[in-house]
Ligand binder design. Structure first.
Ligand SMILES: [Zn+2]
Length: 574
């Protein structure tokens, strides 16, 4: 490709709309342009990178025996009503009517469509296992799209679905995708971690996320420094301290005492004011649920895990109570709630079981209580696991020390079981001719997000540093001055030979200053830069610079092509 004939509009300034490096750099490198909120066009350079990721996904899916299909984007409401997702899926589902006043939605995910195909086309156990995938545009009407293609409303996704005769076979299909996804991200040249996305201890490993490690990642990954345990912090389990019961000696209990704490509401304020550690305080949070309000207690230095709370209560419908509800229930403004005298269920985290003489809110404006004790002062409806993983918590499997990393979720695999096949009647006949329900799995990769995550993982102050396997071009030829015959002719010759050899090459044949060309080269991050200058060429030499390491090699012009091919091979094969 010739730069002068290409559409590669680089920007000097950082666009003000872009918050994260990948978004800034994709705009500046001319990879994407925003059409409207959360909706982007891929310009040629961006699309080349997207196609690279897609190519790797296709190869690995084919290798794993998955078969490509292409499903529609516009989906009829009837299908979604069968699984009740038409009602359950919130406002992220973009619904609209056609000219006949029929309801449709833009597909945010395609379980219904693929299950419809399965129930029509799969009749016998002999047709399974089968795994169908597609690479296609999806739409989710995110309330706050941001970070460019990282969290866009319209996005390119690989989604795949496996169909099996039973759970055991479904587990094997799942493992195949686990392995294939691991190969995809390794082949993209990414540093990543696979983490448990659902509780791995209860009910087996049914869901994993593939996280690209990056300082700017929004997800926190907890992993064990001794064994292979790794999980999203939202779902991470931890080893509980052995001390779960307390001494029942009543002499230990100090007399309950009410203290004035004017305007001290947060844990930080109260503990500083009273000169106690957050570990000596119990937080009382009031939640509203569709089953009525509840109080949840955790230690002052801990956070409630709402996912766990929802699972315990068996409801998806749960939110922190409004100021008015808190006042109604505790008779005190927010910040002074405590568990004493409440007439609603009180759930407490397991770590509270061993606490004595702790601090709580006083259920009265500007008041807290000291030396509160369970049993003597109030009762707990249920002790449960309520809290999030905290720094210092230990591995749930081996008790080892844990570390935290930041990551970007690029892939997710999930064992669905019979959720969709049962709702939609996708069944087959087994060897005995008996009808059985198909067991499914679902597997997704954010294609655009993978490119963005690769940039988040690898850039510097000058621009993008593409991993070779997903770089838009492998080599950039940079003739410092196209007006000098020797330079121009050598550039044209090497360009032609590299093209003939199947190397993906961009020739910067613009009549720009060397400064502009070098700046753009660093910005767009092509892994190898072949610089042609007069002084070197007079000695029969060319310069090859590696974008990632900055390493510079001066080699004979005749050896340039073989040298470049070898460097590409090394970087792609690792
Ligand atoms: Zn461990």
């Amino acid at each position: 490709m010739r730069y002068s004939k290409y559409l590669l509009p680089t920007l000097k300034e950082i666009p003000s709309e872009a918050e994260v490096p990948s978004h800034q750099l994709m705009l500046r490198a001319g990879m994407i342009r925003k059409l409207t909120s959360g909706i982007y066009s891929y310009l040629p350079l961006g699309l080349r990178s997207i196609r690279k990721v897609e190519g790797i996904i296709r190869e690995e899916m084919n290798r794993a025996g998955a078969i490509e299909v292409l499903l529609p984007i516009v989906l009829p409401a009837e299908l979604w009503q069968e699984t009740h997702r038409w009602e359950e899926y919130g406002k992220e589902l973009l619904r609209f009517k056609d000219r006949h006043n029929r309801d449709y939605c833009m597909g945010p995910t395609q379980e219904e469509v693929i299950t419809d195909i399965a129930r029509r086309e799969i009749r016998s156990y002999r047709q399974m296992p089968i795994n169908l995938f597609q690479i296609q545009t999806k739409f989710r009407d995110e309330i706050r799209p941001r970070f460019g293609v990282m969290r866009a409303r319209e996005f390119i996704m690989k989604d795949g679905y496996s169909f099996d005769v039973d759970e055991k076979n479904a587990d094997e299909s799942y493992q195949k995708m686990y392995d294939a996804y691991s190969r995809v991200f390794a082949r993209c040249g990414l540093k990543f971690k696979v983490v448990e996305a659902e509780s791995g201890l209860i009910g087996g490993h049914f869901s994993h996320e593939f996280m690209v490690l990056a300082e700017t990642g929004e997800e926190i990954i907890v992993s064990c420094t001794h064994c292979s345990y790794a999980a999203n912090i939202e779902k991470a389990e931890f080893k509980r301290s052995d001390r779960t019961s307390r001494s029942e000696d009543p002499n230990l209990f100090k007399p309950l005492q009410k203290v004035r704490t004017p305007n001290q509401r947060t844990v930080e304020e109260v503990t500083q004011f009273l000169s106690v550690s957050p570990k000596e305080l119990v937080k009382t949070l009031i939640f509203e649920t569709d089953k009525g309000p509840i109080a949840a207690l955790v230690r002052g230095d801990h956070e409630i895990n709402e996912k766990k709370l929802k699972a315990i209560l068996g409801t998806e419908n749960l939110q922190l109570a409004s100021e008015e509800t808190v006042e109604e229930i505790t008779h005190a403004p927010k910040g002074f709630a405590g568990p004493l005298g409440l007439s609603i269920p009180v759930l407490a985290d397991l770590d509270i079981q061993s606490m004595v003489n702790f601090v709580t809110g006083g259920n009265q404006k500007d008041a807290h209580l000291l030396h509160v004790n369970i049993g003597r002062d109030f009762h707990i409806s249920q002790f449960v696991d309520l809290r999030k993983f905290t720094q210092g918590d230990r591995c749930p499997l081996c008790g080892g020390e844990t570390r935290w990393d930041k990551g970007i979720e690029v892939g997710h695999i999930f064992k669905l079981g019979t959720k969709y096949s049962k709702a939609m009647g996708a069944a087959y006949l087994d060897e005995q001719g008996k009808e059985r329900i198909i067991v499914m799995g679902t597997y997704g990769i954010g294609v655009g997000r993978t490119v963005a995550a690769a940039i988040e993982q690898s850039y510097d102050e000058h621009g993008i540093i593409f991993p070779m396997p997903i770089a838009p071009f492998q080599v950039l030829i940079l003739p410092v001055n196209m007006k000098i015959d020797l330079i121009r002719e050598t550039a044209e010759e090497l360009y032609r030979i590299l093209l003939d050899e199947g190397v993906e090459v961009l020739l910067d044949d613009r009549e720009e200053t060397p400064g502009v060309k070098f700046k753009d080269a660093d910005l767009i991050g092509i892994p190898l830069k072949l610089t042609l200058g007069e002084r070197n060429l007079n000695k029969g030499l060319v310069e090859i610079k590696k974008r990632r390491t900055g390493e510079v090699l001066l080699i004979k012009k005749e050896e340039a092509v073989s040298g470049i091919r070898e460097m590409i091979r090394m970087e792609i094969e690792g």
